[in-house]
Design a protein. Structure first.
Length: 376
């Protein structure tokens, strides 16, 4: 099958959707597909078996550009990796299925309405619904979005996998940001771009409330803001101000941008990983999947909908936006090593549900179903 993937970001651009798109492209190529990627100017061809083309912008002429790309490569199916921030908040990507001559599948990494422009109002929700209804097929990555689209036919739940693989520790991969901390320090890991939805401000406030009889450090792993969502810059500045306001400057370590292997090493070096999402824990979160992949003891927030695999057997679950309860949970784990070990052991069963081989096979089967019905 000749498969096209449209994504607003692609490596070496930094972002979860870009990393996902690259891994999916590689896995589909391994299954025998001819894979073509259309992405922004910052994307590059990384693999001989995957052709990468770029566009200058995602403006009003993008439908013509996409149709030419589909025709030139004689594609059988097109898969849009949808997250509006990755496309510069362009409204025009929502109309790509309208003129599609082949099955057009949209993978919704989330269903949150885009900003678009000032006073867009009801248009913001309508434009997402238009993309949902005009696509030939829809892939959702989590139970919340599956529930939202349960009445829409040709909708399939296919989970995302971790962009941070389970790398075997290597002697040349160093956790240099931790070189100068004292022995016995309790290390709290936080991974991901500094984004309001990830609740880092809640974690900073909880850090200021801790009363632990051992040195404690908060390790903020990875680049601060990424390449797509510029609203993260303002929030990151607010976090710096909050750290100073709470008087915890000496307890916070930024790693800055690090490789995937180094991310894995830092996650493993953390005693616990804390991910206090404002919208609840969800398997659409690549940062959560990365911590699961590294078999970390994870403190996170209660999911918005019931998710069997997110239970208090495998995760330490707390309410959203509650620094006091978060501080209590951290303090308990800092003084109970056996509880940490239990979470590390139990998360292995959750990890087994997320393999890229399964994701690629399920995606391949869904594309085959759609192309068959499209031609019938």
């Amino acid at each position: 099958m000749r498969t096209g993937i449209i994504t607003g970001e692609y490596p070496p651009m930094r972002g979860g959707v870009g990393a996902f798109s690259h891994i999916l492209a590689v896995e589909l190529a391994h299954l025998g597909h001819d894979v073509f990627v259309l992405t922004s100017q910052g994307g590059r061809q990384l693999d001989d078996q995957i052709r990468v083309d770029t566009v200058d912008n995602w403006g009003w002429q993008i439908s013509n550009r996409v149709n030419d790309w589909v025709r030139d490569h004689q594609l059988d199916v097109v898969n849009l990796q949808y997250q509006t921030a990755a496309f510069g908040m362009s409204p025009w990507i929502h109309f790509l299925p309208n003129r599609a001559k082949v099955p057009f599948v949209t993978t919704f990494h989330d269903l949150r309405v885009p900003y678009l422009f000032p006073k867009a109002g009801p248009l913001r929700a309508w434009i997402v619904q238009h993309l949902v209804k005009s696509s030939s097929g829809r892939i959702v990555t989590n139970e919340e979005d599956q529930q939202t689209l349960k009445s829409i036919p040709q909708t399939r739940l296919i989970r995302i996998g971790s962009n941070i693989r389970g790398y075997t520790p290597q002697p040349n991969i160093h956790t240099t940001a931790l070189d100068d901390i004292a022995d016995g320090t309790f290390v709290i890991g936080f991974f991901g771009f500094i984004n309001h939805s990830k609740g880092l401000d809640v974690l900073i406030r909880a850090l200021s409330l801790l009363d632990i009889d051992r040195p404690t450090k908060l390790l903020i792993i990875g680049d601060r803001v990424g390449d797509s969502d510029m609203t993260n810059v303002k929030y990151a500045d607010e976090i710096d101000a909050l750290i100073a306001q709470c008087g915890v400057e000496d307890h916070v370590i930024y790693t800055g941008y690090v490789t995937e292997q180094e991310v894995a090493a830092y996650l493993r070096a953390s005693d616990i990983v804390v991910l206090p999402y404002r919208d609840g824990a969800s398997f659409r979160r690549g940062t959560l999947l990365a911590a699961i992949e590294q078999e970390c003891a994870i403190v996170t927030t209660l999911p918005l909908v019931s998710i069997d695999a997110i239970s208090d057997n495998s995760f330490c679950l707390i309410p959203t936006d509650h620094p006091e309860k978060l501080a209590t949970a951290i303090q308990h784990l800092a003084t109970d090593a056996s509880a940490v070990k239990i979470f590390q052991e139990n998360v292995k069963a959750v990890k087994a549900q997320f393999t890229w081989e399964t994701i690629a096979q399920e995606t391949e089967a869904y594309f085959a179903d759609l192309t068959g019905s499209f031609r019938a």
